[in-house]
Ligand binder design. Structure first.
Ligand SMILES: NC(=O)c1ccc[n+]([C@@H]2O[C@H](COP(=O)([O-])OP(=O)(O)OC[C@H]3O[C@@H](n4cnc5c(N)ncnc54)[C@H](OP(=O)(O)O)[C@@H]3O)[C@@H](O)[C@H]2O)c1
Length: 361
Protein backbone atom coordinates (compact mmCIF):
# COMPACT_ATOMS: atom_id res chain seq x y z
CA UNK A 1 0.00 0.00 0.00
CA UNK A 2 1.20 3.48 -0.96
CA UNK A 3 1.79 5.91 1.98
CA UNK A 4 -0.44 8.97 2.40
CA UNK A 5 0.48 12.29 4.07
CA UNK A 6 -2.03 13.29 6.70
CA UNK A 7 -3.00 16.36 8.75
CA UNK A 8 -5.03 16.69 11.94
CA UNK A 9 -7.34 19.71 12.25
CA UNK A 10 -8.05 20.16 15.98
CA UNK A 11 -4.81 18.39 16.91
CA UNK A 12 -4.70 19.88 20.41
CA UNK A 13 -8.14 18.56 21.44
CA UNK A 14 -9.09 15.30 23.10
CA UNK A 15 -9.92 13.57 19.81
CA UNK A 16 -6.92 15.20 18.10
CA UNK A 17 -4.59 13.75 20.75
CA UNK A 18 -6.10 10.33 20.19
CA UNK A 19 -5.43 10.69 16.43
CA UNK A 20 -1.79 11.42 17.24
CA UNK A 21 -1.39 8.22 19.26
CA UNK A 22 -3.17 6.15 16.58
CA UNK A 23 -1.14 7.58 13.72
CA UNK A 24 2.23 6.99 15.37
CA UNK A 25 3.85 4.23 13.27
CA UNK A 26 0.71 3.81 11.12
CA UNK A 27 1.60 1.53 8.18
CA UNK A 28 -0.22 3.67 5.55
CA UNK A 29 -0.45 7.21 6.99
CA UNK A 30 2.38 9.70 7.71
CA UNK A 31 1.43 12.54 10.06
CA UNK A 32 2.74 15.74 8.46
CA UNK A 33 0.55 18.60 9.72
CA UNK A 34 -0.99 19.59 13.06
CA UNK A 35 -3.49 22.47 13.08
CA UNK A 36 -5.72 24.11 15.69
CA UNK A 37 -7.09 27.55 16.57
CA UNK A 38 -5.16 30.80 16.41
CA UNK A 39 -4.52 30.34 20.17
CA UNK A 40 -2.20 27.41 19.38
CA UNK A 41 -0.97 28.42 15.92
CA UNK A 42 2.74 29.23 15.61
CA UNK A 43 3.65 27.33 18.80
CA UNK A 44 5.44 24.01 19.07
CA UNK A 45 2.85 21.27 19.70
CA UNK A 46 4.11 20.49 23.22
CA UNK A 47 3.93 24.20 24.14
CA UNK A 48 0.48 24.63 22.60
CA UNK A 49 -0.74 21.67 24.65
CA UNK A 50 0.56 23.00 27.98
CA UNK A 51 -0.81 20.56 30.57
CA UNK A 52 -3.64 19.34 28.30
CA UNK A 53 -2.13 16.04 27.11
CA UNK A 54 -4.76 13.55 28.37
CA UNK A 55 -3.63 10.25 26.81
CA UNK A 56 -2.26 7.37 28.90
CA UNK A 57 0.53 6.99 26.33
CA UNK A 58 3.41 9.50 26.37
CA UNK A 59 3.25 12.28 23.79
CA UNK A 60 5.22 10.91 20.79
CA UNK A 61 8.64 12.58 20.35
CA UNK A 62 7.87 13.06 16.64
CA UNK A 63 5.11 15.64 17.33
CA UNK A 64 6.57 17.60 20.26
CA UNK A 65 8.47 20.11 18.10
CA UNK A 66 6.03 20.26 15.18
CA UNK A 67 4.77 23.84 14.76
CA UNK A 68 0.96 24.02 14.94
CA UNK A 69 -0.67 25.66 11.92
CA UNK A 70 -3.79 27.81 11.90
CA UNK A 71 -6.71 25.60 10.83
CA UNK A 72 -8.68 28.43 9.23
CA UNK A 73 -5.93 30.74 7.89
CA UNK A 74 -3.60 28.05 6.50
CA UNK A 75 -6.05 25.93 4.47
CA UNK A 76 -4.24 26.24 1.11
CA UNK A 77 -0.85 25.51 2.69
CA UNK A 78 -2.20 22.47 4.58
CA UNK A 79 -4.04 21.18 1.49
CA UNK A 80 -0.80 21.37 -0.50
CA UNK A 81 1.13 19.33 2.09
CA UNK A 82 -1.21 16.41 2.76
CA UNK A 83 -3.38 13.86 0.92
CA UNK A 84 -6.26 14.25 3.40
CA UNK A 85 -7.08 15.58 6.89
CA UNK A 86 -8.83 14.28 9.98
CA UNK A 87 -11.02 16.99 11.52
CA UNK A 88 -12.24 17.23 15.15
CA UNK A 89 -12.77 20.81 16.28
CA UNK A 90 -14.84 22.61 18.87
CA UNK A 91 -16.45 25.39 16.83
CA UNK A 92 -19.97 26.50 15.93
CA UNK A 93 -21.77 24.12 13.58
CA UNK A 94 -21.99 26.57 10.66
CA UNK A 95 -18.28 27.43 11.07
CA UNK A 96 -17.36 23.74 10.97
CA UNK A 97 -19.51 23.22 7.86
CA UNK A 98 -17.70 26.08 6.12
CA UNK A 99 -14.27 24.94 7.30
CA UNK A 100 -14.75 21.36 6.12
CA UNK A 101 -16.13 22.47 2.75
CA UNK A 102 -13.18 24.84 2.34
CA UNK A 103 -10.75 21.92 2.76
CA UNK A 104 -12.76 19.74 0.37
CA UNK A 105 -12.85 22.56 -2.21
CA UNK A 106 -9.06 22.95 -1.82
CA UNK A 107 -8.97 19.28 -3.05
CA UNK A 108 -8.14 18.00 0.41
CA UNK A 109 -10.49 15.17 1.50
CA UNK A 110 -11.85 15.50 5.04
CA UNK A 111 -12.51 12.57 7.37
CA UNK A 112 -14.57 14.19 10.09
CA UNK A 113 -15.47 13.50 13.70
CA UNK A 114 -17.70 16.54 13.88
CA UNK A 115 -21.47 16.40 13.69
CA UNK A 116 -21.90 19.45 11.42
CA UNK A 117 -22.18 17.53 8.10
CA UNK A 118 -23.75 14.31 9.37
CA UNK A 119 -27.10 15.12 7.79
CA UNK A 120 -25.84 16.84 4.64
CA UNK A 121 -27.68 15.09 1.76
CA UNK A 122 -24.60 13.81 -0.07
CA UNK A 123 -22.13 13.31 2.81
CA UNK A 124 -21.70 9.67 3.79
CA UNK A 125 -21.86 8.85 7.53
CA UNK A 126 -19.99 5.61 7.87
CA UNK A 127 -19.49 2.81 10.36
CA UNK A 128 -17.10 0.85 8.13
CA UNK A 129 -18.42 -2.62 9.04
CA UNK A 130 -22.02 -1.58 8.31
CA UNK A 131 -22.41 0.80 5.39
CA UNK A 132 -19.16 0.91 3.42
CA UNK A 133 -21.34 0.87 0.27
CA UNK A 134 -22.50 4.45 1.09
CA UNK A 135 -19.09 5.74 -0.08
CA UNK A 136 -20.46 5.67 -3.62
CA UNK A 137 -22.27 8.98 -2.85
CA UNK A 138 -18.89 10.76 -2.89
CA UNK A 139 -19.20 10.92 -6.68
CA UNK A 140 -22.37 13.07 -6.38
CA UNK A 141 -20.79 15.17 -3.63
CA UNK A 142 -17.74 15.90 -5.77
CA UNK A 143 -20.04 17.00 -8.61
CA UNK A 144 -21.84 19.43 -6.25
CA UNK A 145 -18.57 20.80 -4.83
CA UNK A 146 -16.93 20.97 -8.25
CA UNK A 147 -13.93 18.97 -7.01
CA UNK A 148 -11.86 16.17 -8.54
CA UNK A 149 -10.43 14.80 -5.31
CA UNK A 150 -11.91 16.76 -2.39
CA UNK A 151 -14.90 15.47 -0.40
CA UNK A 152 -16.17 15.11 3.16
CA UNK A 153 -16.89 11.78 4.84
CA UNK A 154 -18.03 11.61 8.46
CA UNK A 155 -18.31 9.06 11.20
CA UNK A 156 -21.39 8.82 13.38
CA UNK A 157 -21.81 9.92 16.99
CA UNK A 158 -20.05 7.82 19.64
CA UNK A 159 -23.27 7.07 21.60
CA UNK A 160 -24.66 4.64 19.02
CA UNK A 161 -21.46 2.80 18.11
CA UNK A 162 -22.16 -0.04 20.49
CA UNK A 163 -25.83 -0.74 19.75
CA UNK A 164 -26.07 -0.06 16.00
CA UNK A 165 -23.34 -2.67 15.28
CA UNK A 166 -25.15 -5.18 17.52
CA UNK A 167 -28.54 -4.50 15.92
CA UNK A 168 -27.29 -4.44 12.33
CA UNK A 169 -26.95 -8.20 11.71
CA UNK A 170 -30.47 -8.64 13.15
CA UNK A 171 -32.17 -6.17 10.81
CA UNK A 172 -32.91 -9.04 8.41
CA UNK A 173 -35.44 -10.38 10.96
CA UNK A 174 -37.59 -7.28 10.56
CA UNK A 175 -36.32 -5.16 13.43
CA UNK A 176 -39.17 -2.75 14.26
CA UNK A 177 -38.62 -1.10 17.65
CA UNK A 178 -35.54 -0.22 19.68
CA UNK A 179 -35.18 1.43 23.09
CA UNK A 180 -31.59 2.30 24.02
CA UNK A 181 -30.38 4.00 27.18
CA UNK A 182 -26.72 5.01 27.07
CA UNK A 183 -24.28 5.48 29.96
CA UNK A 184 -21.59 7.72 28.53
CA UNK A 185 -18.03 8.39 29.66
CA UNK A 186 -16.70 11.86 30.46
CA UNK A 187 -14.06 11.73 27.70
CA UNK A 188 -17.02 12.00 25.31
CA UNK A 189 -17.31 15.59 26.54
CA UNK A 190 -13.57 16.12 25.95
CA UNK A 191 -12.97 15.87 29.73
CA UNK A 192 -10.90 14.02 32.33
CA UNK A 193 -11.70 13.75 36.07
CA UNK A 194 -8.96 16.32 36.76
CA UNK A 195 -10.70 18.80 34.48
CA UNK A 196 -14.22 17.84 35.58
CA UNK A 197 -14.05 17.02 39.32
CA UNK A 198 -17.84 17.53 39.69
CA UNK A 199 -18.27 14.23 37.80
CA UNK A 200 -16.62 12.12 40.53
CA UNK A 201 -19.40 10.22 42.36
CA UNK A 202 -22.01 11.86 40.11
CA UNK A 203 -24.38 11.19 37.22
CA UNK A 204 -25.82 13.86 34.93
CA UNK A 205 -29.08 12.73 33.30
CA UNK A 206 -28.68 15.03 30.29
CA UNK A 207 -26.26 15.36 27.37
CA UNK A 208 -27.35 18.14 25.03
CA UNK A 209 -28.42 16.89 21.58
CA UNK A 210 -27.30 13.33 22.24
CA UNK A 211 -30.71 11.66 22.28
CA UNK A 212 -31.69 13.12 18.90
CA UNK A 213 -28.36 11.92 17.43
CA UNK A 214 -28.82 8.46 18.95
CA UNK A 215 -32.30 8.13 17.47
CA UNK A 216 -31.79 9.63 14.00
CA UNK A 217 -28.20 8.87 12.91
CA UNK A 218 -28.82 5.08 12.75
CA UNK A 219 -31.60 5.75 10.21
CA UNK A 220 -29.13 7.43 7.83
CA UNK A 221 -26.60 4.64 8.37
CA UNK A 222 -29.31 2.12 7.45
CA UNK A 223 -30.61 4.32 4.63
CA UNK A 224 -30.35 3.96 0.85
CA UNK A 225 -29.04 6.28 -1.86
CA UNK A 226 -31.64 7.64 -4.27
CA UNK A 227 -30.82 10.26 -6.95
CA UNK A 228 -27.57 11.29 -5.27
CA UNK A 229 -29.15 11.77 -1.82
CA UNK A 230 -29.75 9.64 1.23
CA UNK A 231 -33.21 8.29 1.94
CA UNK A 232 -33.36 7.46 5.65
CA UNK A 233 -34.51 4.04 6.81
CA UNK A 234 -38.14 4.30 7.95
CA UNK A 235 -38.91 0.79 9.15
CA UNK A 236 -37.15 0.95 12.55
CA UNK A 237 -38.30 3.28 15.38
CA UNK A 238 -35.63 4.17 17.95
CA UNK A 239 -36.10 5.94 21.28
CA UNK A 240 -33.24 6.73 23.63
CA UNK A 241 -32.08 8.37 26.86
CA UNK A 242 -28.43 9.39 27.27
CA UNK A 243 -26.80 9.78 30.68
CA UNK A 244 -23.31 11.02 31.62
CA UNK A 245 -21.69 8.65 34.13
CA UNK A 246 -18.44 8.81 36.16
CA UNK A 247 -16.39 6.66 33.78
CA UNK A 248 -13.23 7.93 32.06
CA UNK A 249 -13.59 6.03 28.73
CA UNK A 250 -16.24 3.64 27.40
CA UNK A 251 -19.92 4.08 26.54
CA UNK A 252 -22.37 1.35 27.62
CA UNK A 253 -25.92 0.94 26.29
CA UNK A 254 -28.89 -1.00 27.70
CA UNK A 255 -30.98 -2.00 24.70
CA UNK A 256 -34.48 -3.44 24.14
CA UNK A 257 -35.59 -4.63 20.69
CA UNK A 258 -38.62 -6.10 18.91
CA UNK A 259 -39.09 -7.77 15.53
CA UNK A 260 -41.92 -8.17 13.04
CA UNK A 261 -44.63 -10.66 13.98
CA UNK A 262 -43.46 -14.22 13.29
CA UNK A 263 -39.84 -13.27 12.45
CA UNK A 264 -38.34 -13.17 15.97
CA UNK A 265 -35.02 -15.08 15.91
CA UNK A 266 -33.96 -17.41 18.74
CA UNK A 267 -31.32 -16.43 21.29
CA UNK A 268 -28.95 -19.02 19.76
CA UNK A 269 -29.52 -17.56 16.27
CA UNK A 270 -28.80 -14.01 17.49
CA UNK A 271 -25.55 -15.10 19.17
CA UNK A 272 -24.57 -16.93 15.97
CA UNK A 273 -25.30 -13.83 13.85
CA UNK A 274 -23.17 -11.71 16.18
CA UNK A 275 -20.30 -14.21 16.17
CA UNK A 276 -20.30 -14.51 12.37
CA UNK A 277 -20.75 -10.85 11.50
CA UNK A 278 -17.86 -9.29 9.56
CA UNK A 279 -17.78 -6.27 7.27
CA UNK A 280 -15.51 -4.69 4.65
CA UNK A 281 -12.74 -3.83 7.21
CA UNK A 282 -12.38 -7.51 8.12
CA UNK A 283 -12.57 -8.65 4.47
CA UNK A 284 -9.98 -6.04 3.43
CA UNK A 285 -7.89 -6.74 6.55
CA UNK A 286 -7.55 -3.00 7.28
CA UNK A 287 -4.84 -2.12 9.84
CA UNK A 288 -7.30 -0.99 12.57
CA UNK A 289 -10.03 -3.56 11.84
CA UNK A 290 -10.81 -5.78 14.83
CA UNK A 291 -10.53 -9.44 13.85
CA UNK A 292 -13.75 -10.18 15.76
CA UNK A 293 -16.08 -7.17 15.60
CA UNK A 294 -18.93 -8.29 17.91
CA UNK A 295 -17.90 -10.21 21.03
CA UNK A 296 -20.56 -11.89 23.15
CA UNK A 297 -19.76 -12.35 26.85
CA UNK A 298 -21.60 -15.28 28.50
CA UNK A 299 -20.79 -14.20 32.10
CA UNK A 300 -23.85 -12.44 33.61
CA UNK A 301 -21.80 -9.50 34.97
CA UNK A 302 -20.08 -8.67 31.64
CA UNK A 303 -19.21 -6.66 29.61
CA UNK A 304 -17.65 -4.34 32.15
CA UNK A 305 -15.87 -1.16 31.15
CA UNK A 306 -12.54 -2.03 32.75
CA UNK A 307 -12.22 -5.47 31.18
CA UNK A 308 -13.88 -4.85 27.81
CA UNK A 309 -13.02 -1.36 26.55
CA UNK A 310 -9.49 -2.13 25.34
CA UNK A 311 -10.55 -5.25 23.39
CA UNK A 312 -8.72 -5.37 20.02
CA UNK A 313 -7.18 -1.94 20.62
CA UNK A 314 -10.56 -0.48 21.62
CA UNK A 315 -12.01 -1.20 18.16
CA UNK A 316 -14.21 -4.22 19.01
CA UNK A 317 -17.74 -4.11 20.46
CA UNK A 318 -18.68 -6.17 23.54
CA UNK A 319 -22.21 -7.48 24.05
CA UNK A 320 -23.82 -9.41 26.92
CA UNK A 321 -26.91 -10.24 28.97
CA UNK A 322 -29.10 -11.18 25.97
CA UNK A 323 -32.44 -12.42 27.28
CA UNK A 324 -36.21 -12.36 26.69
CA UNK A 325 -38.14 -9.29 27.85
CA UNK A 326 -41.74 -8.88 28.97
CA UNK A 327 -42.42 -5.69 26.92
CA UNK A 328 -40.03 -6.09 23.97
CA UNK A 329 -38.82 -9.33 22.35
CA UNK A 330 -35.30 -9.16 23.84
CA UNK A 331 -32.96 -7.00 25.88
CA UNK A 332 -29.16 -6.87 26.07
CA UNK A 333 -26.26 -4.60 27.04
CA UNK A 334 -23.32 -3.56 24.91
CA UNK A 335 -20.30 -1.29 25.15
CA UNK A 336 -17.66 0.34 23.00
CA UNK A 337 -14.65 2.57 23.61
CA UNK A 338 -15.94 6.06 22.85
CA UNK A 339 -12.69 7.78 21.88
CA UNK A 340 -11.29 4.76 19.99
CA UNK A 341 -14.10 2.95 18.11
CA UNK A 342 -16.46 5.87 18.82
CA UNK A 343 -14.20 8.73 17.74
CA UNK A 344 -10.62 8.82 16.47
CA UNK A 345 -10.27 5.03 15.96
CA UNK A 346 -13.50 4.90 13.96
CA UNK A 347 -12.26 7.78 11.82
CA UNK A 348 -8.88 6.11 11.24
CA UNK A 349 -10.69 2.92 10.19
CA UNK A 350 -12.88 4.97 7.83
CA UNK A 351 -9.74 6.59 6.36
CA UNK A 352 -8.20 3.13 5.87
CA UNK A 353 -11.35 2.03 4.04
CA UNK A 354 -11.21 5.16 1.85
CA UNK A 355 -7.50 4.57 1.14
CA UNK A 356 -8.05 0.89 0.29
CA UNK A 357 -10.82 1.89 -2.14
CA UNK A 358 -8.67 4.57 -3.84
CA UNK A 359 -10.58 7.68 -2.68
CA UNK A 360 -7.37 9.59 -1.76
CA UNK A 361 -5.65 8.99 -5.13
N1 LIG B 1 -14.53 13.46 22.67
C1 LIG B 1 -15.19 12.52 21.98
O1 LIG B 1 -15.27 11.34 22.36
C2 LIG B 1 -15.86 12.86 20.69
C3 LIG B 1 -16.49 11.84 20.02
C4 LIG B 1 -17.03 12.07 18.77
C5 LIG B 1 -16.97 13.33 18.23
N2 LIG B 1 -16.39 14.35 18.90
C6 LIG B 1 -16.37 15.65 18.24
O2 LIG B 1 -15.03 16.00 17.91
C7 LIG B 1 -14.88 17.42 17.99
C8 LIG B 1 -13.73 17.73 18.93
O3 LIG B 1 -14.00 17.18 20.21
P1 LIG B 1 -12.90 17.19 21.36
O4 LIG B 1 -13.50 16.44 22.48
O5 LIG B 1 -11.59 16.77 20.80
O6 LIG B 1 -12.85 18.79 21.71
P2 LIG B 1 -11.72 19.58 22.49
O7 LIG B 1 -10.90 18.70 23.33
O8 LIG B 1 -12.43 20.75 23.12
O9 LIG B 1 -10.77 20.14 21.29
C9 LIG B 1 -11.21 21.12 20.43
C10 LIG B 1 -10.20 21.38 19.30
O10 LIG B 1 -10.78 22.34 18.41
C11 LIG B 1 -9.82 23.38 18.21
N3 LIG B 1 -10.50 24.63 17.94
C12 LIG B 1 -11.35 25.32 18.75
N4 LIG B 1 -11.74 26.47 18.14
C13 LIG B 1 -11.11 26.51 16.93
C14 LIG B 1 -11.10 27.42 15.84
N5 LIG B 1 -11.80 28.56 15.88
N6 LIG B 1 -10.37 27.10 14.76
C15 LIG B 1 -9.66 25.96 14.70
N7 LIG B 1 -9.61 25.05 15.71
C16 LIG B 1 -10.34 25.32 16.79
C17 LIG B 1 -9.04 23.45 19.51
O11 LIG B 1 -7.83 24.12 19.30
P3 LIG B 1 -7.12 25.01 20.49
O12 LIG B 1 -6.48 24.04 21.42
O13 LIG B 1 -6.13 25.83 19.74
O14 LIG B 1 -8.20 25.81 21.13
C18 LIG B 1 -8.87 21.95 19.77
O15 LIG B 1 -7.84 21.43 18.98
C19 LIG B 1 -16.23 17.98 18.44
O16 LIG B 1 -16.96 18.38 17.30
C20 LIG B 1 -16.88 16.79 19.12
O17 LIG B 1 -18.29 16.88 19.07
C21 LIG B 1 -15.81 14.14 20.13
Amino acid sequence: MKKYNVGIIGATGMVGQRFITLLENHPWFDLKVLAASERSAGKKYSEALGGRWAMKEEMPESVKDMVVLNATADIEKIASEVDFVFCAVDMKKDEIKKLEEAYAKAECPVVSNNSAHRHTDDVPMIIPEINADHLEIIKSQRERLGTKKGFIAVKSNCSLQSYVPALHPLKKYGLTKVLATTYQAISGAGKTFERWPEMVDNLIPYIGGEEEKSEVEPLKIWGTIENGKFKYCDDVAITSQCLRVPVSDGHTAAVFMSFEEGKKPSIEQIKKDWAEFAGEPQKLNLPHAPKQFLNYCEEPDQPQIKTARELEGGMAISVGRLREDSQYDYKFVCMSHNTLRGAAGGAVLLAELLAAKGYFD
